[in-house]
Design a binder for this molecule. Sequence first.
Ligand code: NAP
Length: 262
Amino acid sequence: MAGSTGTALVTGASAGIGTAFARQIAARGSGVILVARDRERLQALADDIASRHGVAVEVLVADLTDPAQLAAVEARLGDRARPVDLLVNNAGIGTFGRFCDLDVETETREIALNVVALVRLTHAALAPMVERGRGGVLNVSSLAGGQPTPANATYAATKAFVTSFTQSVHEELRGTGVHVTAVCPGFTRTEFQERAGFDSSKVPGFLWQTAEEVATGALAALDHNRAVYVPGTLNRVTAGFVSVLPDALTRRAAAFIVERSE
Ligand code: NAP
């Protein structure tokens, strides 16, 4: 998609990393389809992007946890008369707290959004891309997917799914011309922590990245068809350590950090 003039569909475009993706993709000259629930925010972003970059912008309002609304987005991806060259599966939510104390309906919605919607949209996008012999899918996972994370149990498990699933599909599509990449950000300044009910005030400043940094690195990783990309040197070091340490140690360490930050 580098320098592309095609069309990209970005989920969760109304805020945070998704907005950064939409802006950067449009700056490359590609049209964008903006997906999220908040129509007003999407329309304001669409107007701004269209006036700055002169690209075609569509607004597609959808709650991706609603099967009928999700189906409408799948249909847009599968519309061969209006091909989509890049899918950014970015929409995601987190929950924070002891699993047995959390609302199980919210936990289930988290799985519906972070996993089910991502799988269905990837499936809808890939068939036409493989037929055309080009295209890309960028799945936003998380550093949290690299290990069991107490107080973040469902979220970490959904992101472990995303990283694993994306790597498998990446390998399946080797040689087809279709790029598939998982991006695993660490702490990124967006609305995410507040929406998840996580007080991030004790997280040291040096651990944070901006949404723009994450989006820039992720798009470059997709251009190079990397299977997995971890933005930020410190995050890459953390991911490297976690991958070689036993789970028993990393989950205890994660629990210790959570207890200390409460
Ligand atoms: P954010 O600022 O809270 O944005 C989340 C986006 O998802 C919003 O545009 C929101 O829009 C959309 N969304 C939420 N529920 C939705 C639903 N049911 N249907 C459709 N869209 C929905 O969070 P962010 O940090 O940019 O998160 C983007 C991705 O990065 C997520 O997958 C997250 O897991 C991942 N990530 C974030 C961090 C971090 O520290 N921020 C770290 C690692 C990974 P509406 O409310 O308008 O629907």
